[in-house]
Design a protein around this ligand. Structure first.
Ligand code: GCW
Length: 686
C-alpha cells in the first residue's frame, strides 16, 4: 500500500529545493559499510536505500571500502561490551542503542559518519538521518550524539487471535486472522519500521487478557508461528514478548494446579521457557496480567504477586528473559454501597509492601494513574514508593477513554505531565521520568510501555491525526525532555510536509486537543461518566451503581470523591509530602483534580474564581465550541493536503463536533437537573 495515509510519518517525499537535494545526493550517493556490519544491519541498509531513492531520486551505491576521493556516508558499529540480560539477542544495557553522526571534512569532500553502538544504534541513526532530511535540515544540522533515556521502550498489543483487538479503534489486527497468525507478514514489517523509526525496542504481540488459542502460543505447535513474527521484529531491533496465561499449567500443561510454589508447576514453566528459547533465541519475556479482572493468578493458591512473578522469572532467567508483571490489580466486584473501599488505593496497597521481594528480571508495570487511563487522573503514587523494584510505566496510546480515535486527542502533553511529576521521593525534584529511567534507584532494567493504537485500517490509527500519538509516544520516551509541541511540529512536518501554514495549524490543533476533549467530557478530574463497557459517549451514572469502583457521588448538593486522610478514603497518604498535603487541602488542591480528591458543594469556588457548577457549564459550552473550532481550522487547509487525508480527517472532525454537543447537553442537563442551579449566562440547558 502506497497511500499517504498508510505511509504515516515515513512519507520520504522528494526533498524540495534542488540545491539541498543536490548537496545530499553528493554526500550520500556513496555509502561505505563494511561487509560484516552490513550483514547485521540489513534493515538499516534497506531503509537507506528506500529513503534515498525516494527523497533524493538517486540510487545510493554501497561499497565496503572508502573511495579515494569525494564525499560519502560511512556507517559503522562500535559495540559496547556489556553483560546484557538477554544472552542471544539484545541486552538491555544503557548505551547500546546509542549512535553518533558527525560531518567530517575529508580532502575535497566531506564524510558523514554514522556510528552505532550496536546494529540497533545504526538503525536509529539511519532513521534520524532520514528524519532530518525530511525536516529540511542541512547536513551539518544532523550532527548528533544520541542515547535513549529509557532502556525498555515497549509497545503492548491488545490483539486477539480471532483478529479482534481489545480497545482497538482502527479495524482488526494486523497480526491475526481467524485464530491464526497472518501468513503474509509484510504489514507487520511496515509496523516494525514505524516502531523502530521512533526508537521502540520491545513489543508484546497478544492481549494481556490471554484467551484459549493464545494460551497455546507457547506450545511446540504454537511457537514456530510466533517465531515468524519474532523474526520480523528482530530485524528492526525489537524484542518480542508474549502475554501469558498464569493458569497455563492447568489449562494446557495437564498439571492439576498453577500454584507457583508447586515443583511441578515450576518445572513446567522451566521446560516451557527452554522450548520458547529453542524457537526464539532472543525472546524478550512474558507480560502478565494476573489476579486482575478475573484473570487467574497466585491469589487462588494463597500466594502473593512476588511468588507468582518470581516463579516465572526463575524459568526465564537462564535465558535472559524478563517478566513484566502488571500492577492493574483491584477489586472489580466492589459493592457501590461500600464507601470504605477505594479502587485508587489498590495498586499501591497490593504492591507497595512487596518492594524488594522481586527477582532482578521482574519488572512491575504500573499504569500512569491509579484508576485507568482516564482523561485526567493524578499520577500513580507507586512511582517512587518502591525503590528496590524494577518498574515500567504504562501509558495508553489507544484512546479508550479519550475519544476512541474519533475525537482528536493528542496525548503527549498528558504523558509529559506524568513524566515531569515531582514525586518528592528521596528529595524534591525527583520526577517520574527520573524513576522509570532507572538510575536513581539503580534498577537493573526499567522503562516505559504503552498500549498500541493501530489496526488494519489503511491509515493504521482510524483518525489519521492519531498517528501523532504513536509517533509522539516513541519520541517522548526516547527523550522525555522533548516538548510536546516540538514533537507535534516534527510529526506534522514528516507527515504533511513543511508548508508553514499546515505545520502551524496542525500543531495548533494537536496541542489544543486534549484540553478541549477534557473540557466537554470530564470536569475537574472526576472521570468515568462514560457509557459502560464501550467507554465512548456520555453516561453520567453509567458506572455509579456498578461493581467497578468508579464513582462520582453526585447528589443535589455536590459532587466528587473524598480521598482525604481526614474524612475520606485516605488515598492521599500514598503520596510523599508535600504532594500529600497539597491534595489533602481543599485550598491547595489544583482545580483540575479537585473532584478526584474532594467531595464539594456545587457552590464551591475554584482557584479560577468560578463555582464548580458554573465551571461545568462553562467548560462544556466552551468545549463544544472549541471542538467546532477544530474543524474550522482544518477546513482552512483544504487544497493544501491531499484529498484522501483531508477528507478522512474532515469527517472525523465533523463527528467530533456533533458528538461534543451531545456531551455538552447531556452533562449540563444532568447537573442542572441535579443541582437546580441555573447557568449564570442563561444558555440553553434542556
Ligand atoms: O482499561 C481496562 C480496559 C480493559 C483492559 C484493562 C487492562 C485488557 O477496559 O479492556 O484489558 O484495562 O489494562 O488490563
Amino acid at each position: 500500500m502506497e497511500s499517504t495515509l498508510y505511509k504515516t510519518w515515513l512519507q520520504y517525499n522528494e526533498i524540495p529545493g534542488s540545491e539541498l537535494r543536490r548537496e545530499y545526493a553528493d554526500l550520500l550517493g556513496r555509502v561505505v559499510v563494511e561487509r560484516e556490519t552490513s550483514r547485521h544491519c540489513t534493515a538499516a541498509v534497506n531503509e537507506l536505500t528506500e529513503g534515498f531513492k525516494s527523497m533524493l531520486r538517486t540510487n545510493a551505491v554501497f561499497m565496503d571500502e572508502a573511495p579515494a576521493s569525494g564525499s560519502y556516508l560511512r556507517i559503522g558499529v562500535k559495540v559496547v561490551e556489556a553483560a546484557g540480560t538477554n544472552r542471544e539477542g539484545r541486552g538491555w544495557e544503557k548505551g547500546e542503542d546509542a549512535f553518533s553522526l558527525k560531518l567530517i571534512k575529508a580532502g575535497e569532500g566531506k564524510r558523514l559518519e554514522l556510528i552505532g553502538r550496536s546494529p540497533s544504534g545504526v538503525l536509529y541513526g539511519v532513521f534520524h538521518l532520514l528524519r532530518g532530511m525530511a525536516l529540511g535540515l542541512r547536513p551539518e544540522e544532523l550532527e548528533r550524539e544520541e542515547c535513549p533515556v529509557n532502556r525498555l521502550r515497549m509497545i503492548n498489543q491488545w490483539d486477539n487471535a480471532d483478529g479482534s483487538i481489545e480497545r482497538g479503534y482502527a479495524g482488526n489486527s494486523i497480526f491475526y486472522e481467524g485464530g491464526k497468525i497472518v501468513a503474509d507478514t509484510s504489514r507487520i514489517r511496515d509496523y516494525a519500521r514505524m516502531l523502530s523509526s521512533v526508537g521502540i525496542n520491545a513489543i508484546s504481540v497478544n492481549n494481556v487478557n490471554v484467551h484459549e488459542i493464545e494460551t497455546r502460543f507457547i506450545t511446540e505447535e504454537g511457537l514456530p508461528e510466533v517465531a515468524r513474527v519474532a523474526e520480523v521484529f528482530r530485524n528492526y531491533g525489537i524484542a518480542l514478548f508474549l502475554s501469558i496465561n498464569f493458569a497455563a499449567p492447568l489449562a494446557i500443561g495437564g498439571i492439576g494446579t498453577a500454584d507457583p510454589l508447586d515443583p511441578n508447576v515450576q518445572q513446567w514453566w522451566a521446560e516451557t521457557a527452554n522450548r520458547i528459547y529453542r524457537h526464539i533465541p532472543d525472546f524478550g519475556g512474558f507480560v502478565v496480567k494476573a489476579d486482575s479482572e478475573h484473570r487467574p493468578g497466585p491469589f487462588a493458591y494463597g500466594r502473593d504477586h512476588a511468588d507468582g512473578a518470581n516463579m516465572l522469572a526463575e524459568a526465564l532467567e537462564p535465558h535472559g528473559g524478563l517478566v513484566i508483571w502488571r500492577c492493574f490489580v483491584y477489586n472489580c466486584m466492589q459493592d457501590w454501597r461500600d464507601r470504605s473501599t477505594d479502587r485508587a488505593r489498590a495498586a499501591y496497597d497490593h504492591f507497595g509492601p512487596l518492594d524488594g521481594k522481586f527477582r532482578d528480571n521482574v519488572l512491575l508495570q504500573i499504569k500512569n494513574g491509579p484508576m485507568d487511563f482516564q482523561v485526567r487522573e493524578p499520577v500513580s503514587p507507586l512511582f517512587g514508593a518502591m525503590s528496590r523494584t524494577n518498574q515500567v510505566l504504562e501509558f495508553q496510546v489507544t484512546q479508550e477513554y479519550t475519544g476512541q480515535q474519533r475525537h482528536l486527542c493528542y496525548l503527549v502533553p498528558q504523558w509529559k505531565q506524568v513524566l515531569d511529576f515531582d514525586t518528592h521521593a528521596v528529595s524534591a525534584g525527583v520526577q517520574v521520568k527520573n524513576i522509570v529511567e532507572g538510575s536513581l534507584f539503580g534498577m537493573k532494567i526499567s522503562g516505559v510501555a504503552a498500549v498500541s493504537n493501530i489496526g488494519n485500517e489503511e491509515c493504521w490509527t482510524g483518525h489519521p491525526l492519531a498517528q501523532a500519538n504513536l509517533y509522539g509516544y516513541g519520541r517522548l520516551i526516547w527523550n522525555p525532555d522533548l516538548s510536546a509541541e516540538a514533537i507535534a511540529d516534527e510529526w506534522t512536518r514528516l507527515t504533511f510536509g513543511n508548508d508553514k501554514d499546515v505545520v502551524e495549524k496542525v500543531t495548533q490543533m494537536l496541542m489544543a486537543s486534549w484540553p478541549i476533549y477534557e473540557s466537554y467530557t470530564s470536569p475537574l478530574g472526576v472521570g468515568w461518566m462514560v457509557v459502560p463497557h464501550y467507554h465512548y459517549g456520555p453516561d453520567v451514572d453509567g458506572y455509579e451503581y456498578s461493581r467497578w469502583g468508579t464513582y462520582h457521588f453526585a447528589d443535589r448538593d455536590g459532587i466528587g470523591v473524598d480521598r482525604t486522610a481526614a474524612t475520606g478514603t485516605g488515598y492521599v497518604t500514598q503520596y510523599y509530602i508535600p504532594n500529600r498535603e497539597t491534595y489533602e487541602s481543599l485550598k491547595k488542591c489544583p482545580d483540575e483534580l479537585l473532584l478526584f480528591f474532594h467531595h464539594v458543594p456545587y457552590s464551591h469556588r475554584l482557584h479560577s474564581g468560578s463555582t464548580v457548577i458554573q465551571h461545568i457549564y462553562d467548560t462544556h459550552f466552551g468545549g463544544a465550541e472549541a471542538a467546532e473550532g477544530l474543524s474550522l481550522i482544518w477546513s482552512a487547509l483544504a487544497g493544501k493536503i491531499d484529498a484522501e487525508r483531508y477528507e478522512a480527517v474532515e469527517s472525523r472532525l465533523a463527528e467530533q463536533r456533533d458528538h461534543a454537543k451531545h456531551w455538552r447537553d447531556v452533562i449540563n442537563t444532568y447537573f442542572h437537573r441535579k443541582s437546580g442551579v441555573p447557568d449564570e449566562r442563561g444558555r440553553e440547558i434542556y
